[in-house]
Structure formats: structure tokens, C-alpha cells
Ligand binder design. Sequence first.
Ligand code: FES
Ligand code: FE2
Length: 411
Amino acid sequence: MEPTDGSFSRNWPAGYHRVPFWLYSDPAVYEREQQRIFSGPNWCYAALSAEIPQPGDFKRSVVGDKPVVVTRDKEGGINVVVNRCAHRGVQFCRRDFGNASDFMCPYHQWTYDLKGNLRGVPFRRGLKQQGGMPEDFKLEEHALQRLQVTERHGVIFAAFDPHVPSLEEYLGPSMLFYFDRVFDGRELRVLGYMRQRIRSNWKLMFENIKDPYHASLLHVFLVTFGLFRADQPSAVKMDETGRHAVLVSRRGEQKASEGTQEMKSFRANFTLTDPTLLTPVKEFPGDATVVMQTLWPNLIVQQQSNTLAMRQLVTRGPDAFDLLWTFFGYADDSDEMTLLRLRQANLMGPSGLVSIDDSEMMELSQHGIGQYPDATAVIELGGRDARDEEHMVTEAPVRGFYKYYREAMDL
Ligand code: FES
Ligand SMILES: [Fe+2]
């Protein structure tokens, strides 16, 4: 592509099995991602419906790096509006969650209803016949900017671009199948939150979750206790575009195999004092015990044994992002099941027995990548194309991601 602003004159070799490192540090790339991806025709995860069950409930959220508020209006409808006053731009909503009948901006007290309509402007008619807004000032012309909203089985997505396709079309049949596997229409119950700032580019998070290669090598915990290993029945699948993916696998035993010789993190003699940490209870159809789904451009749906979580990515410039974890179960879970989900959540989050390895690797990646913008990554495990496989000795979903990224970014 011809660079439009002169900043993309750097080279990206043909294909998507090589990824140049300037993509992870160039502020102009970051700006373009905000415009074309996070504000483009893509459904960005915003909230769970269970977080705002009652009329007047609201939650602050973020789309890309843009603050928004998700509200439940008096009619029960869901709205996503920018957290930016139409007057002079103040981020008016300062609580993460709450219930309100309207929002009043603290600066000059413009007031908005739950749908974002401007309802009141102090001194609109002036004071003692002096000042005030011009005669032709109309409240209805100064509503909060509203995003497109869709909800499926309790999951709320938003998009800045009105030309976004239906969520079903956006996900495609195979990704919809895995989405509905966890979100089958049962009411959800939020169990808790974790959040962390990771000092790396946001794309490294997607690469990490789309990369089964590292899981068998890096994570002592997964490999040793058989939760996720390259020598177990598994698959990687993508939608037609390559932008979404799932890693599917089945729990195995703690035993050595031909494969474990190459897995330096395998420890045959490690045991858990409390094995219930890992004992899964079967709850979904089929025999997969782990399904990690990455949904373009800001969501990971985690199902590892019985711990379920939304992981929302919030970009914070080229070299940092926030990862917001929302752990959940179902409203009809027994107390034992809730306890199990919470116990297994110890694998996850900033200090999780497994996830702690990933955030460290992403930061180390950024340290290497950031200083060598003209070098490239080599992504050739399993070939140079991006297709579904019935094994996990492949980086195909990472290639799929960059195949679509190149198109979306026009690079
Ligand atoms: S900036 Fe919000 S009322 Fe003035
Ligand atoms: Fe990992």
C-alpha cells in the first residue's frame, strides 16, 4: 500500500509468516489501529448483561482506548455512550459501576438521560435577561455520541462504526458454535474481577492466546499436570477471515511421553498438596476441557476446566495495555460449582499459576521488539498459511490474525 501520511514506508515482507517489529512500537500504527480497528466496523466487547441487570444500572467500559458508559435504560434497553460530555469533553462518569436516573457532568452540570439525550443545560435562558445559549440552541443536537450495540446470550458488544454486520455474521458459524457453547442462554453470574497493566503491545496478548506452541513449553503448571499439552488431542480453528480463533484441547494425565522429552518444563515428580485445584467437573457437551477463544479485536473468552472469564483488552498506547478479567459462572450453579470456579481461577490473572508466565513473556517480548523495529518475527510452525488443524504444533492462528490485520490496516 502507498503510505498516506509517510509513516508506513517501512517494509513488511509479503505474506503473514513474517511480522515486522515496527508494528508494535510505532505511534502512527497505533493511531491507525484506533481508527481502522477499534473504531472500525468491528464488535468490541463492552460488558456482561449480568453486570447491569436493573434499569438505571451502568458500568464504565472502554472500546480501544476510548472511555464509554454502558447503561440499562428505563425500558430495559442497553445503551453504550461515550464518556465524554458534549459540552467541553469532560469524562463525566467517574464510578466503575452504579445506578442512576441520569448523568450530570460535574463541570457545568449538563444533564443526560440513560440513553445519552441531553436533558438540561444550566443558564440556558440566561440570568436576569443576560447571557444564555443562543435562541436556536437545541438540546437534541447535543446528545452524547452513541455506539452501535448488540447483545447475545448476555454478552454486550459495541461498535463506533454504523456499518458493522450482525454479530452472527461477524463471528461466522464455527466461532458462533464455540461462543454459544459457553453462552448458551443461561443467566450468567459475575464472580469477581482482576485487572493488570501489561507493558507490551496489545497484539502480543492475542498472539499469546493464539499460540499453542508456547503453552506446552513455557507453562510448568499446564505441562506437568497435563492441563494443556501438545501431545493431547487438540485442534486450532478459525473463522473464514482468520481474525477470530479457538484453541481446543482435552486434559491428559501427568505422565511422560515422546513429547515431554522436548518439554523442559515437564516435572514428573511434582504433586499438588490439594489436587482439587485441578479436578475438573464435566459441564459442556463434547470432550474438550479447555477452549480459549479470541474474538477480534478486544476479547478472549477463557474456559479452562471450570474457570470461565472474559478477558477484555484496553489499549494504552503502542507499548502497554490493560487486561480486565471478569470471572463468571451461571446463576443456577451450585455452591460447590461456584467454589470450584473460584478455586481454579487461581491459575489466572496477574499472579495466576499459569498466566503469570504469559505477562512476563509479553513484557520481555516488548523489550526485544521495541528496540529492533526493523527486525521481523518468524511465524512458521505448521507451515506458512493459516488453516484449521487437528493438532497444536502450529502457529496458524497467529498467521490468521496477521492475515486479517494486514487487510484491516491496509498495510
Ligand atoms: S464540560 Fe460537561 S457540562 Fe461543561
Ligand atoms: Fe500461556
